[in-house]
Design a protein around this ligand. Sequence first.
Ligand SMILES: Cc1ncc(COP(=O)(O)O)c(C=O)c1O
Length: 369
Amino acid sequence: MVAERRFFSAKMVTKTVDLRSDTVTKPTESMRAAMANAEVDDDVLTYDPTAFRLESEMAKVTGKEAALYVPSGTMGNLISVLVHCEIRGSEVILGDNSHIHIYENGGISTIGGVHPRTVKNNKDGTMDIDLIEAAIRNPKGELVYPTTRLICLENTQANCGGKCLSVEYTDRVGELAKKHGLKLHIDGARIFNAAVALGVPVHRLVQAADSVSVCLSKGLGAPVGSVVVGSKSFIDKARRLRKTLGGGMRQIGILCAAALVALQENVGKLESDHKKAKILAEGLNQIKGLRVDVDSVETNILYFDIEEGAKIKGDNLCKNLEERGVLVMPESLSRIRIVLHHQISASDVQYTLSCFQQALSGAHEENGN
Ligand SMILES: Cc1ncc(COP(=O)(O)O)c(C=O)c1O
């Protein structure tokens, strides 16, 4: 089946507020200038100076020995799992609501031969430590069991609404991993959001992890790419795997230059993204027919529910909003996701709230309510 391609036409509306994801940001003028002027060379041969600068910076920020630029978060996670689970028949413990488990095409098993063992994600994004421990296979049963080699966490936990995993929790999972001779990987697609929301430096938040995959093209607002970080030997293996998977690219300094600007200019904006998410959540919660758990909004992601009595369904609401230039991501007929990013202004938030108000009051009027 050919995927449907959709283009949102600026012709239809005078203003577009794109809240589908933090992946939708456009490169800024300063990123485009940095890209145009980037010093580049062949990165597969390890000679690209801008890639080297970005990787060194990311290793420093995350407190790890080394880093490697990869085309996407999905590839970053896949490479990390494959490095830690290089023996076939390995098993990884991960959240049942995690991105790796749900949205990455099952790549760890189809490509890596790695068996996933899921543990329930709680509402706050954690998995109970005793459930993680119970999921670790007893080596005495190796005749029949796969071998547990890795635990994966996700911080922030996107599907749980951008929830932050604390240092204390992450350290405890790290201790558990060590106790059983396992590795710990963090899908840190939005680790900078977590660090800012918790008021903890990134390197401290991921101290217990053997590897982290950090997305540059989510909250940080770079156009393309992720970085995996870990020990030097982890990154050496990751580099070979990146080539195997077709992720070895040549003059990637062009992309890394934009990411360096993102690191410089956008980390400082994350706190404001989180505040705007909260304002939006509070505003939506006051609109008749919508319900948001305002207290649960910790970072830049929020989910809201359309109440049962409301006369508008998710698909119609999304269509109505789209006609007004407001784009959101439906999860079901009654649940919708909104993600804030640095290209959403305070007035965009107010405009969005007024569009929701109009969409819902229109629906009530149409239905005689
Ligand atoms: C938590 C999380 N991990 C990993 C990814 C994968 O990133 P990419 O889309 O770059 O493959 C995403 C993408 O949205 C994500 O939200």
